[in-house]
Design a protein around this ligand. Sequence first.
Ligand code: 5RP
Length: 242
Amino acid sequence: MPKNECTLAEQKILAARHAVDDLIRRGELRSNMKLGLGTGSTAMPAVARIAEHIREGNLTGIRAVATSFQTTIACEDLGIPVFSLNSKEISGELDLAIDGADEISPAKHLIKGGGAALLLEKIVAYNSALFVIVADSSKRVTTLGTRFALPVEVISEARVSVTRALASLGAQALLREGVRKAGPVVTDNGNLILDCVWKEAVDAYQMEEAINQIVGVVENGFFTRTSPIVYAAANTGIVERV
Ligand code: 5RP
């Protein structure tokens, strides 16, 4: 790596912190807002930056909805008040959600769920007035479906039948295995993950709908029904808002 180039780990922190500060500067992130907080190594520094602004008194009255156990624990540690999306404080609607992504196409269609939190991430994103993605430079791609495997959350009893149905949509689906846990990954919702790849790029908009028609599928990681604001860091350290 040439000198002065930022690593991907550095880019994640730069994108996350810049996004939070810029959203506040633009008035898109304000006191008394209901926020959806994402999961993963890029979302975490954004959560930490929001907590800094709360501690410094720049943001007051923030109510958050966490998208995973990881995020709930981070909010508890950092002192961000967390509520259920169903609570009276949130009433099923959010002002702004901020999260990471695994892949971002030129149309800003996304693959998410690398951390197996796609279900709550999508519920939060699709019920938020504004959706913001923070990302390092590796996440911007030209097509979806052939590189990063699309996570599909399934009911365990339907694992084999859903695998067969996904094959009829052209996908090769592999059960996600746990790390430092014998057997498959079990999601925060008690389901399994099938990771899907195609030989050729797919129409993510169409495929998001088609996969969710399969009986036994809970949700899939294509996010095409929102138009996110993307803060993407480059290896120069410059963060672009797209
Ligand atoms: C978790 C996600 C993450 O946002 C996505 O995997 C990106 O993670 P990271 O910021 O660690 O690269 O969708 O389910």
